[in-house]
Design a protein around this ligand. Sequence first.
Ligand code: PLP
Length: 407
Amino acid sequence: MIRPPAVGRPSLHWETLALDGGLEIDPTTRAIAPNISMSVNNMLTPGDGAFSADGVEDLTALPFLYARWTNPTVRQLEQRMAALEGTEDALATATGVAAIAATFLTCLKKGDHLIISDVCYAGANELARRILPDYGIEVTAVNMARLDEVAAAFRPSTRLVHCESPCNPILRLTDLCAVAALAHRHGAIVSVDSTLATPVATRPLALGVDLVIHSLTKFINGHGDALGGVVCGRKELVEKIRSRAGVYLGASLSAHNAWLIMRGIDTLFPRLRAVSDSAMRIARFLCDHPGVKSVIYPGLETHPQYALANRQMNAFGGILTFQTDDQQKMAVRLADRLRVVHYAFSLGHQRSIVVLLDTNEMMKSTYRLQGAQLDDYRAFAGDGVFRLSVGLEAVEDIIADLDQALR
Ligand SMILES: Cc1ncc(COP(=O)(O)O)c(C=O)c1O
């Protein structure tokens, strides 16, 4: 048996739940750390529970029928994430993008309408805007920071609003409380991809959001050695997504990755606090650097939505962006000269990572924004940004490394 999560405000602090949420001492081994159960199937009592296209009627009656549904180790991770987000339940998936795809394909059917942030994780944006319309799902992309645009986008068929805060890659924020209120007024639900914020920085459920999605691959695992995703929310909805994701899409998480990710979560709070402190110092250092033209970080007073960041975020996180002159040349120079920071894609790992995201390339490959939406993108990103994911190295070493490479 696994301890069920406390819904809403827990009796324990979030930091403690990051260690103990869903953790049950194994009665046979009495191991304190979670055991890895690799078994694909578990013994059944005939007649227990039943599957259907819309989920198992009662997961507690039939928890570990077959590992594509869930597994004892994966379930512990799900309970831990539900406890951390304060939701009734959670579903762990093979990747973050699988959690997003399963959410879209469960909440939307032919004739339904999705409102999505015009800038969000590239895979989600491309899936929504290029693939869902092939299945008869209508999609409107809006700048979620413009609430009048969001309000105007609703149709009677709108079922889901999908956003990010801060959004990858430009770190624009969404007022989650306001967007959730709008969506609920129109009978729609809201999913937020909270990967960049993590449960340490933002508590979407308390702001009215219905589904909280994470790429566990990033800060939550935090060690760059396991792919994973999660969607947290009401039990009934999560179970419906589980049947699509696990049973029909086959996007199940491996027990081994679940175990690695739980080990990462043990240190999520101190890691996030450390990278947030370092990111703040690095952001201030870059603001004063002669080789840097501009810096975007939610913790800087110069962030266009600093007031919202202060209101909505408990920590400002480990991602910042900066711009330089002649960025293509600078990218080559950074890749060549950096010794502590790594020039690579991805984010949220224990090691610092930087990469150039050129605006024209991003428009061509993914966002295809025009007019006011493109102007809004450029207000945060100009011709492109270096996205820096701050790691756990000594902040003085990161700063010295950036300084010698940027000069
Ligand atoms: C905000 C965000 N969401 C989702 C994903 C997808 O995660 P995964 O690589 O685990 O599929 C990413 C990956 O970069 C991301 O940055």
